[in-house]
Design a protein around this ligand. Structure first.
Ligand SMILES: Cc1ncc(COP(=O)(O)O)c(C=O)c1O
Length: 375
């Protein structure tokens, strides 16, 4: 009889250091586990209004064509986006979510001895790209008011720095970097550095007159890569489509490392339709603005500290262990986010929902605070 080895296959040290991504719990899972019929998921910064109706229709029209490979160059989406952004179509690289582009940037540009630089806390996938490619991720602690400390980041740059990640607005804090400050940073970047401006929450912030026009830096020929996504304001997180804007000289390298059909056919069509659904986008932004104000006012009334947000979520100091708070809320059917990566043990991140969802979160939070006060 041949014996079967039960030992897991060995992997390289950097793969052992990687952590599997822990997503926000799906509502169905909480429903199953707790037997609560109505669950409110405010954990993954999704659009509470669902997908754009025009995107839904575009997907329906394609269902009978799913036997065909998608267009690997995403021609229609590329043309539509290039026009709306006023950039050369060759400036765009599409990904299976912007996560995919973060991964591709790491695979394409990181070599042994390089380092990645990021503000801390920020989106966890930047560090993952560093570890995967066997380079160090240097984290620069944000200011006490949770803003990116650009001066401290500049001071940390050296000859090894290759990729610098800045999320603007930042996840999980919701803070944003203003144009003048970022302009100074961009102008001072050493030649070898590629600055990745992750604008996953761009649509929520772009109407502020101080919000940077980063496309200008790409058009000037700088090594700036802007990341955007259809997962947030456009409501297509489940379809997975994001993109990078960069000069063609940078894009060409990512085109070599990208999987040929990394953005599926339904996602491409939905993204084109969503881009044209200005009514849905306006409703989304309006709902978010009202939700931010509603939750903010309630938090002030409760005496809880929070960070003014330029995204579709709020970073809140509940005043006691954030993990416990998230667990207590979960038991009441409200899914919010706590992570040790937040670097604030008493902080949670809550996505802005519909008015009803926000109300449910606030009522549950009040109950949690009352229970904790009682001891
Ligand atoms: C800052 C930031 N970047 C990128 C992403 C990834 O988005 P997606 O891969 O869905 O485009 C997220 C998602 O939460 C995010 O918060």
């Amino acid at each position: 009889m041949t014996s079967v080895s039960s030992a897991p296959p060995e992997v390289a040290e950097n793969i052992m250091r990687l952590q599997a991504y822990v997503p926000g719990k799906p509502a169905e899972e909480v429903q199953r586990e707790l037997g609560i019929a109505s669950i409110v998921k405010l954990a993954s910064n999704e659009n509470p209004l669902g997908p754009s109706p025009k995107a839904q229709e575009a997907v329906r029209l394609l269902l009978s064509r799913m036997n065909i490979y998608p267009d690997g160059s995403a021609h229609e989406l590329r043309t539509a986006l290039a026009k709306s952004l006023d950039v050369d179509p060759a400036c765009l690289v599409f990904g299976n979510g912007s996560d995919d582009i973060i991964h591709l940037l790491g695979v394409t540009f990181l070599e042994p001895g390089d380092t990645v630089l990021q503000s801390d806390p920020s989106f966890v996938r930047y560090e993952a790209a560093a570890i995967l490619n066997q380079v160090e991720c240097v984290e620069v602690t944000c200011t006490p008011s949770w803003e990116c400390d650009l001066d401290a980041m500049m001071a940390k740059m050296d000859a090894s720095t290759r990729l610098v990640f800045l999320a603007n607005p930042n996840n999980p804090t919701g803070t944003a970097i203003k144009s003048a400050e970022l302009q100074r940073f961009v102008e001072a970047l050493p030649q070898r550095v590629i600055l990745v401006l992750d604008e996953a929450y761009y649509e929520y912030a772009r109407d502020f007159d101080w919000y940077p026009n980063a496309v200008k830096w790409v058009n000037e020929g700088r090594n700036v890569v802007i990341l955007r996504t259809f997962s947030k304001a456009y409501g297509l997180a489940g379809l997975r489509v994001g993109y990078g804007i960069m000069r063609p000289e940078v894009a060409q390298w990512l085109e070599r490392t990208r999987e040929p059909f990394n953005v599926n056919m339904l996602a491409q069509a939905a993204a084109v339709a969503a881009l044209n659904d200005t009514e849905f986008l306006a409703l989304t932004l309006n709902t978010n603005r009202q939700g931010l104000a509603m939750i903010g006012d309630a938090l002030v009334a409760l005496g809880l500290e929070y960070v003014p947000s330029y995204g579709n979520f709020l970073f809140i100091n509940v005043g006691f262990d954030g993990k416990t708070a998230a667990e207590m809320l979960l038991k009441m059917g409200v899914i919010v986010r706590y992570s040790p990566h937040f670097k604030g043990p008493t902080w949670i991140r809550v996505t802005v929902g519909t008015a009803d969802e926000n109300e449910r979160f606030l009522e549950s939070l009040k109950e949690v605070l009352a229970a904790v006060a009682k001891g």
